[in-house]
Design a binder for this molecule. Sequence first.
Ligand SMILES: O=C[C@H](O)[C@H](O)[C@H](O)COP(=O)(O)O
Length: 219
Amino acid sequence: MTQDEMKKAAGWAALEYVTPGTLVGVGTGSTVNHFIDALGSIKDQIKGAVSSSEASTARLQQLGIEVFDLNEVGELAVYVDGADEIDGSMAMIKGGGAALTREKIVAAVADKFVCIVDGSKTVEVLGAFPLPVEVIPMAREYVARELAKLGGRPVYREGVVTDNGNQILDVHGLKITDPKGLETRINAIVGVVTNGLFAERGADVLLIGTPEGVVRKGA
Ligand SMILES: O=C[C@H](O)[C@H](O)[C@H](O)COP(=O)(O)O
């Protein structure tokens, strides 16, 4: 079974968490693209979606799914998204696709976060995947110096501009023993828009695509 087939299995399994007649929060990335395709198969049964990126919006609309502005809707029942890493406490590193800020916003208004991954994304300790940090462009080098003081090695993701017009620093070499504490600490650096630690608001349900089938954790 290929990695993409495992992502697809997890993406389609997430349909179970979609309630007919509701709006669905939709994340970003190659795993979520499978979920979007799955949503397309039931598009007449849902009200529409709230999207976390221009890329997901385009894919949703291509399938005929209406995309709503978050400011025009209330709470969402469910948010479905992938992750770059997820640990046993359901804390995640996200933002490999630079969509972390809008993802964190949509996740914040959802009752339930359903994380969909292939088996390579589950880890004991977060941090082997470089931690993405979205920064206001003029603050990039200042933020990089502050991140270095925390023990990381920030690398500017050259050529990438986020949907919000900002830049990304990928922080290598962090030992993330306290995900919630580090999430709060990095967000307190002036010029940081968001960091890719989703620990304060982790996942509620984890669907892992494996060669033996989809493994579920949480409820
Ligand atoms: O910014 C991107 C998102 O956080 C993605 O959810 C994450 O990078 C996982 O993406 P993929 O499903 O492509 O591995």
